[in-house]
Design a protein around this ligand. Structure first.
Ligand SMILES: CC(C)(COP(=O)(O)OP(=O)(O)OC[C@H]1O[C@@H](n2cnc3c(N)ncnc32)[C@H](O)[C@@H]1OP(=O)(O)O)[C@@H](O)C(=O)NCCC(=O)NCCS
Length: 151
């Protein structure tokens, strides 16, 4: 760790295409609703200090999206280009966003990782994150009709 010589900078609208290209090239990074360009513009505008990129020259080599909802911080799409991994870049991005969340008054940050994403799970475990065993994630689409009790 600690060999990352690139400094995180706030993601700008005109970085979005390169961010999407990076994400699409990485298996295991789940893209879904919210990852369209117009939705990402909204996310960046709402979270200007907690969405950061790492650039090697003009090339986007790392990303992190932090979202603050007024209560918790949420991290999405931490990604480092395969050629730049294991040099502390992921750690640098998380550190920067944690600092920015702290400035906003955030005390706790959550993130979601697919259970099959062993590298990411190792990364988070090795960098001080707590793997919660006491929480299950429930999800639903807003256009779903009420179904009542599905038990
Ligand atoms: C997860 C990811 C962002 C880590 O980026 P990185 O720049 O390689 O991370 P760092 O160099 O800061 O790693 C810090 C420490 O985490 C651990 N770690 C990172 N990747 C690891 C891996 N593949 N296997 C085991 N441990 C790992 C190591 O302890 C590492 O320190 P070390 O290199 O001195 O041993 C990167 O692997 C990635 O982009 N993965 C694909 C995208 C993804 O799955 N993102 C998470 C979505 S939730």
């Amino acid at each position: 760790m600690g060999r990352c010589s690139w400094v995180p900078e706030p993601a700008q609208s005109n970085d979005i295409k390169a961010m999407l290209d990076l994400w699409r090239s990485i298996p295991g990074l789940g893209l879904g609703w919210g990852d369209e360009e117009d939705r990402l513009q909204v996310f960046l505008a709402r979270n200007p200090s907690t969405c950061q990129v790492l650039k090697d020259g003009a090339r986007v080599i790392g990303t992190i999206l932090g979202g603050y909802d007024g209560r918790r911080g949420y991290v999405y799409h931490l990604a480092v280009h395969p050629d730049y991994r294991r040099r502390g870049c992921g750690t640098a991005l998380v550190k920067k966003v944690t600092e920015e969340f702290t400035k906003l008054g955030v005390k706790k940050i959550h993130l979601f990782v697919f259970g099959t994403n062993e590298a990411a799970i190792k990364f988070y475990q090795c960098t001080g994150w707590l793997l919660r065993g006491d929480i299950k994630v429930f999800t639903r689409d807003t256009d779903e009709t009420e179904k009542g009790c599905g038990c």
